[in-house]
Design a protein around this ligand. Structure first.
Ligand SMILES: C[S@@+](CC[C@H](N)C(=O)[O-])C[C@H]1O[C@@H](n2cnc3c(N)ncnc32)[C@H](O)[C@@H]1O
Length: 238
């Protein structure tokens, strides 16, 4: 996607947490390894999208590359992209130390990645909220275009319910819950997330996915602010 228009969104400019900062990236990696069961997450997603050994997979917003590295053991090829050069460097180091030859990390994003092949599946976690809603739609449209017919799109992100009467109370409860369970740093990052990043509402996210042509096969809402969607690109002409 050419970026020469003055109105084009610059996805390389960081909003909210600065993932171009090396210390931030290293701390993120350690924190995620401690707080998440990444192996289990990957196993669940692989099962859901039914990966096969011939699949070519794209991960968008890979961060430090854990999912891409896991998937590469089960698929023919994985391409993983991120707008943060620091994230990509760390992911590349991991790939090298694990002798991975079928995973490729590139410094690009939803709006700038130029694909040379069709993908069997695209996976993106905790990244789409970095784009404002109009640009989310462009990002989803671009993802749809590079999927093969019948290809799967798995999205997991922070999405807010539209039916809340008291949003101040709702956000306070989320932040104090996180402070108790996962500590001050994540609580602080959540405040920045709500203030500066672009998590949207459930009906908007579903509308965006449908508007670009996806069939939503599964939509799960959990923990009060998380959502995951399994979508399929309709077979040509269906
Ligand atoms: C919260 S981290 C999530 C990383 C990883 N997916 C995970 O689950 O741990 C968000 C990531 O999205 C990346 N990101 C932000 N905007 C992006 C964009 N427009 N395209 C691709 N990646 C983006 C950030 O650089 C960061 O690595």
């Amino acid at each position: 996607m050419k970026q020469n228009s003055k109105w084009h969104y610059d996805e390389f400019e960081q909003v909210g947490v600065d993932y171009t900062d090396l210390q931030e990236v290293q701390a993120y990696d350690l924190r995620m390894q401690k707080l998440r069961n990444i192996k289990q997450e990957c196993e669940y997603i692989r099962g859901l999208i039914k990966t096969t050994s011939s699949d070519c997979i794209l991960e968008i917003g890979t961060g430090t590359g854990e999912l891409a590295l896991d998937f590469s053991a089960y698929c023919r090829k994985v391409i993983a992209i991120d707008v943060s050069p620091r994230m990509i460097e760390l992911a590349q180091k991991k790939a090298k130390s694990q002798n991975k030859s079928n995973v490729e990390f590139q410094n690009a994003g939803f709006l700038t990645y130029e694909s040379t092949e069709g993908f069997d599946a695209i996976v993106t976690q905790l990244s789409l909220h970095h784009l404002p809603d109009y640009w989310k739609m462009i990002a989803l449209r671009r993802s749809y275009e590079i999927l093969k017919d019948g290809g799967k799109f798995y999205l997991r992100d922070v999405v807010f319910p539209a039916q809340i009467k008291d949003y101040d109370g709702y956000f306070r409860k989320i932040i104090s819950g996180l402070r108790k369970v996962v500590g001050e740093k994540i609580a602080e990052e959540t405040e920045v997330h709500i203030k500066e990043e672009f998590s949207t509402l459930d009906w908007i996210m579903e509308g965006l996915l449908k508007s670009v042509g996806f069939n939503i096969e599964q939509a799960n809402y959990y923990d009060g602010f998380m959502a995951s969607y399994l979508c399929i690109k309709k077979e040509h002409g269906v």
